[in-house]
Design a protein around this ligand. Structure first.
Ligand code: SF4
Length: 198
């Protein structure tokens, strides 16, 4: 079967000869996601805590929050999104590298939360495709890290990348709240994308 290099690394999918290379690419993508420096409200304080020494995001290759969206491939929407901020958020998303991912952190980002009014976007999935929803008000660092590890599993599985390329849709996975619990061990998060979510 001829190798289609016109699509870059995505063209190497499902090839007998390059199967291991595809695994390597997916693994390296999952272990090198860099978040954009982007906090909107109180949830951002918990996101900052997750970047501190106690929780040590450096274990997952992502302690450096990038000041430029052009160096980031993960957007953590931490806090409520106002109507005024929505176009700014979308512009930052558009400037991020492909493939890119979105975690919606907290009830405000995911649904508007208690801010059921005209000034707040009632769910950031109206603006950008969301891959993982972290529940809570606010989700603690443990829940955020659970979301991040879930996203890593999704990236390593590969389907999320193909789906994003084909439909532009996010995975839309909701994790459970894990505040106060230890972060799961690497590779311990079993994730499967359910059919029909796109
Ligand atoms: S979910 Fe709670 S902590 Fe997060 S932005 Fe909304 S009010 Fe603040």
């Amino acid at each position: 079967m001829p190798i289609d290099l016109s699509q870059g690394l995505e063209g190497l999918d499902h090839n007998f000869l390059t199967g291991k290379l595809e695994d390597l690419v997916k693994w390296s993508r999952s272990m090198s996601s860099w978040p954009a420096t982007f906090g909107l409200a109180c949830c951002a304080i918990e996101m900052m805590a997750a970047g501190g020494a106690h929780y040590d995001l450096a274990r997952f290759g992502m302690e450096v929050f990038r000041a430029s969206p052009r160096q980031a491939d993960l957007m953590i929407v931490a806090g409520r999104v106002s109507q005024k901020m929505a176009p700014v958020l979308r512009q930052i998303y558009d400037q991020m590298m492909e493939p890119k991912w979105v975690i919606s952190m907290g009830v405000c980002a995911s649904t508007g939360g208690m801010f059921n009014n005209y000034a707040i976007v009632q769910g950031v999935d109206q603006i950008v495709p969301v891959d993982v929803y972290a529940p809570g008000c606010p989700p603690g660092p443990e829940t955020l890290m659970h979301s991040i590890l879930t996203l890593h599993e999704l990236i390593r599985g590969g389907e999320i990348t193909r789906r994003r390329g084909a439909t532009g849709a996010g995975a839309g996975v909701t994790v459970e709240q894990r505040d106060g619990q230890a972060a799961p061990a690497l590779g311990a998060t079993a994730v499967s994308l359910q059919a029909g979510r796109a």
